[in-house]
Design a binder for this molecule. Sequence first.
Ligand code: TYD
Length: 203
Amino acid sequence: MLISFEGIDGCGKTTQIMLLKERLMREKLPVEVLREPGGTDLSEMIRSLLLNPDVQMNPVTELLLFSAARAELVAERVRPLLQQKVIVILDRFYDSTVAYQGFGRGSLPIKEIHHLNKIASQGIEPDATFFLDLDVDVALQRRMAQSGGHDRMELAGQPFYERVRDGFLYLAKTHARFIQLDATRKAEDLHQQIWQRVSGMIR
Ligand code: TYD
C-alpha cells in the first residue's frame, strides 16, 4: 500500500507522517517512510541541488530534476518495498510536481506534467493521498516561527504559494484518492481522521 502526504510548506505533513508511522508500528505492520525529493543516495544529491538557494535553474530543469529524483526513488526503493508488502508512506509524490512546477512555476501545461509524472513514477499510483490544506498566510507564519534559513523553493513569494495551493485544491477535486483535511485542526484530531481512513484500508 502506498500512501502519500501533500500540502504547501508548513502544513504539518511531517508531524502527521510521524504519528501515522508510529501507529502502524504499534500494530506491528511493516512500514517505511520516504521523502521526495530524496530517499536514495542519488536522489538526495539531486535534492541538495534543487534546494540550494545559491543554485539558479530554469523552471524546466527544475521539473526534470524533481522527476529524475523520483524515477530513482521509485525504481530503487518504492517498487521493491511494495513488492515486499511494506506500507510505504511518501512525504510528497508527483502531485507536488503538478502543484509546484505546474501551477506554481507554470513550467509546462498540466497535461504534459501528468505525462512526465507517469514516466517518472513508472505507473505507480498512491492508494490514498492525504492533502493537508492550509491558508498560505498561516503556513508562512508557521514557517517563520521555525528556526533555520529558507531553501531555494521557499524563496518563492506568496503569489507562488497561492498558485501551489490552488494546484492541490484542483487535484483534490479531480482525484478520488485525495483526502482533503483542514490543517488548522489539532494534530491529534488530524491523526485520528487519518488513522480512521488508513485502518479502513488495511482491514
Ligand atoms: P522539503 O524541505 O522536503 O519541504 P517540506 O518539508 O515542505 O516537504 O523540501 C521539498 C521542497 O520541494 C518543497 O518546497 C516542495 C518542493 N517540491 C517541488 O517543488 N516539486 C516536487 O515534485 C516535490 C516532490 C517537491
